[in-house]
Design a protein around this ligand. Structure first.
Ligand SMILES: [Fe+2]
Ligand SMILES: [Fe+2]
Length: 270
């Protein structure tokens, strides 16, 4: 795969659809880029995919829910792989409000401001009531932007974890359980080192407390932006995350390596 590709939605539960795409990282494999639709009484879209794939994203989103029905857009953070269709959706879904943090709102304003009545600020620990269930905002164990929030859905027992628990993969898949433990561990550690390099300098006791909090939360399914749906794998995934501080820090390919990838047709950026 040399270009980002969008795939058809798949269910991750009776009231959750995954809107998947995959993004190639030259020399390292592919990484999923997922958004989600949570069919709560007040339906929630989680993130908005890649800009390059926006037409396909809007088609697939419309295939799983009427945009008029969408009430919330939980923006986990403002990275480009999460805001690709943000402004199209705000225009096309008249009742939708963007759930973000003060910092997230500020960062959005640097690019294109949102009307205040289309935004809802929610901090980690606070709760959003979406009619038939409550969603508790959480700061995931790892993240790459300070405005990041995920959430725990108390009805489905799903943890929407933003970038956390992402993994580099060899090929597209719809289930993290199908990747194989060793490949999943290596891919998850490789992704996490790139995405959260600050883990190498973290206070270990504090990190253990964070890991234990999520072990205690015990979500039945983890829905990461960068991993296929992971059912019944919370202990395993947290075990891999806990290994990352002891790993060698990631150092990316340099200019010579980039030129050699380009020469060998290895999918280096144009
Ligand atoms: Fe990110
Ligand atoms: Fe991301």
């Amino acid at each position: 795969m040399h270009r980002p590709e969008i795939f058809d939605p798949y269910p991750a539960g009776p009231d959750i659809d995954v809107l998947p795409s995959f993004f190639p990282i030259p020399g390292l494999g592919i990484v999923p880029v997922n958004a989600f639709v949570l069919k709560a009484q007040e339906p929630v879209l989680v993130d908005t995919g890649l800009l390059d794939l926006s037409d396909g994203f809007m088609d697939r989103l419309s295939s799983v829910i009427d945009l008029d029905d969408l009430r919330w857009l939980w923006l986990t953070h403002n990275d480009h792989d999460h805001i690709g269709s943000l402004h199209r959706i705000i225009e096309a879904a008249p009742r939708i409000r963007v759930v973000t943090t003060f910092l997230g709102l500020g960062k959005m304003s640097l690019f294109r401001p949102l009307a205040v009545d289309r935004v809802y600020l929610l901090n980690p620990g606070q709760v959003l009531d979406v009619g038939d269930r409550k969603l508790t905002s959480v700061r995931p164990p790892t993240y790459d932007a300070p405005e990041t929030t995920g959430f725990y859905d108390h009805k489905s027992a799903a943890l929407f974890s933003s970038d956390c628990f992402g993994a580099l993969m060899a090929e597209p898949a719809e289930s993290a359980g199908g990747i194989g433990s060793e490949r999943l561990r290596d891919g998850l550690i490789a992704w996490t080192k790139m995405d959260s390099p600050w883990l190498h300098a973290i206070d270990r006791d504090e990190f253990t407390k964070t890991i234990n909090y999520f072990l205690g939360l015990a979500p039945k399914v983890i829905l990461s932006a960068h991993l296929p749906a992971a059912h019944g794998m919370t202990d395993e995934l947290l075990q891999y995350i806990a290994m990352v501080p002891d790993e060698e820090p990631f150092v990316g390919p340099d200019q010579l390596a980039l030129q050699s990838m380009a020469k060998s047709g290895g999918g280096a950026p144009q």
